[in-house]
Design a protein around this ligand. Sequence first.
Ligand code: FSX
Ligand code: SF4
Ligand code: F3S
Length: 360
Amino acid sequence: MEKRESMWEAYLRRGMSRRSFIKGCVALTTLMGLSTDKLSEVVEAAETKQLPVVVWIHGHECTGCDESFIRSAAPLASDVVLNDVALEYDHLLSAASGAPFEAHLDEVIQKYKGQYILAVEGAACTKDNGVYCMSGGHTFTHLLEKAGKNAAAIIAYGSCACYGGIQAAKPNPTGSSGIKMFVGGTPVINVPGCPPISEVMTGVVMHVALFGTPPPLDSEGRPKQFFGNRIHDTCYRRPFFDAGMFADSYDDAGAKAGWCLYKLGCRGPETYNSCGNMRWFQGMSYPIQSGAACIGCSSANFWDEGPMSERLPEYGNLGDVDTIGAGLAVATVVGVAGHAAASVVQKKKRAENESEEHEG
Ligand code: FSX
Ligand code: SF4
Ligand code: F3S
């Protein structure tokens, strides 16, 4: 079998410096949740391991997952696609299309049998023999079976691929479901989120690529380093939750002061994801930071879990949140008004002092 180039060789071919290669390795080490003393292992693997062949397919979805992935900043999505993996087939990013492109997929599956990584976005449609989602003249489920059973590992990217997603919402007319039942015994790594954080996807792909094994997974098949904490555990609004300070509506004084969104239906207390610490778009923000309650988009069935504005039934040992929240909201309004009045008095005093000084 032909020898494919390593990540280092791909950098050299593109005229990139050793410095940018090492910077790329440092970024990957951090992303994979490894300590910096593992850097030399990452560098060695990146120098010697052949680039992993990746086949990336799309089922029933909105394509938001790829929209997220292409915004990966550390490392850049373009570096991942051009230097870090050998992306042989991608429904969305490939320039090729038509019969030759489909024939290429069959060649890749045969040539790299048992060696390639299969990334899957979107749900599988099961109703009426899968006719509601077709690709290259075949059902998506047919493609999943063919590409899935010959892969080394599968990454289910997004809540649709993991659990069925929005199109599986009741009454689920297309019979959409997660992909696991179609891929035989091939190991599946679940990376939920609607969409997932781009750097999470990159970290998982590169872990499989460089070490040849999935990262440590939890009981739901999710990488522990990204799905080991609840949003609530890393939320910067958590001190307000603990103090019983809640926004009662999206435009009240509490919301404007950045108080906890629990009473507005926030699913952070039961949702596992890295949004609170990694955030999105180079750590810029995440839903709660931009003022919206978490809707639990990385949880199975979030789309059918009651109205999203309905608060979770359990709230720890806080007591009656309605009473606590209301009391504090009044106190804050009084506090804000009091502070404003005090400022006016101080301003007036300063002005009087200044004019006395001038006269003196
Ligand atoms: Fe689903 Fe992704 Fe949500 Fe959309 O590929 S997880 S609907 S962001 O696009 O599959
Ligand atoms: Fe943050 Fe939501 Fe938890 Fe409040 S309930 S602390 S907004 S995650
Ligand atoms: Fe989704 Fe909640 Fe994060 S809605 S993006 S899991 S904050």
